[in-house]
Design a protein around this ligand. Sequence first.
Ligand code: DLL
Length: 447
Amino acid sequence: MFWNEKIETMPREELTALQSERLRKIVAYVYERVPFYQEKFDELGIKPEDIRGVEDLTKLPFTKKTDLRDHYPFGLFAVPREELIRIHASSGTTGKPTVVGYTRNDLQVWAEVCARCFALSGAKPGDMFQNAYGYGLFTGGLGMHYGAEYMGISVIPVSGGNTARQIMILKDFQPDVMACTPSYALTLADRLLEEGVDPKDLRVRVFILGAEPWTEEMRQELESKLHVDAVNIYGLSEIIGPGVSNECIEAKDGMHIMEDHFLPEIIDPETGEPLPEGEIGELVFTTLTKEALPLIRYRTGDLCSITYEKCKCGRTHARMSRVLGRADDMLIVRGVNVFPSQIESALLNIEHIAPHYCIVLTRENHLDVMEVQVEVTEDFFREVGDEVFAGHTVEVVEEVHELEQVVRRRLWETLGLNTRVKLLGPGEAPRSEGGKLRRVIDKRNLQ
Ligand code: DLL
């Protein structure tokens, strides 16, 4: 199903013309209204008239997260505060959050793109939706909320966390659609199965998962455990929140970008040069219609690739691959670039290994040490007995060592790096309590 068929299937030539027209307008708009951009353009000797269309995009300067931080909280806003009708913020891991604002029209655009995400995910008017993204400063809860209402879906605004209540609502209200972070979907799936709930007794047919990286293996795991479709949704507060792109349920092969509102590019994160179609690099967006916080060539820090090939769902909008990691999340371990998602992929199809892990980095004698801590499955744990983990019986200890070796070998094949492996009992690795899960503990600079 389409939500806005004319736009979603617009021939590429027309779409490019629309993007060019909007780009010209937004460039003039920021030049006039945001001193930061006026200064930047002047420094580079660019006048708004120099930008005739998308072909001139690379003449424009980049915007970085640090620019938003330097102008905290409202310094990059293009409208007076009286015109704002909503504020959100994304929590920084260090220091101040990044603050974003919306005019009435921005909220309308946001509802529109989120409604398209629901359509892409196979949801339809009349469905009921359990929204387990956090409500609050985080954009996930309210963003999805208004998209669903706009489409005519009834929203159950549960917000994140409180697994017992989520399960009660899933069983009693029988929603058709659910959304949360993928790590939380795993928490939920495990709890449902633990409690003996048969997924066939639930009506929910699709999970819309995003806000953090996840893998194809995790999709398979969730789909088979829960008997649902699991689709990927992407977004970031600076650009709008959820709703920047979403997979179509027909292909589940890349997330369609709402290109009439957000103009994408892929650049080399080192040089800033644009990369050809299909190559992996840093994703950059220019907002084409945002009023409160328009951003020019905003560097997301997310690494992925983009394809413009037509999709079997009939949509013409470009598709971005899964996010493989963040340019700044990439771990450099003894000179090797490692993305947590590679580790996850390596772990997820090993027998007796559960999809719960964390990565601990330390330094010994000036050398980086990476320990991957991963849970064994319930079955394996029961089979070998819990004393094993305290190292009691000889034969079973061997079985555990063997499994450790298998994991270590798999990591070596995937990463080209020697790692330490620590097997954990069920439930010992950190779980999502409802929001995004932090899986990497880097102690190297604390030592
Ligand atoms: O996470 C918005 C959102 C809410 C997206 C709900 C999807 C669903 P922020 O808190 O600003 O906004 O975090 C944005 O999260 O730059 C990515 O690094 C990461 N991210 C978001 N979606 C995905 C995804 C929301 N599907 C940052 N896959 C982004 C991988 C994702 N990473």
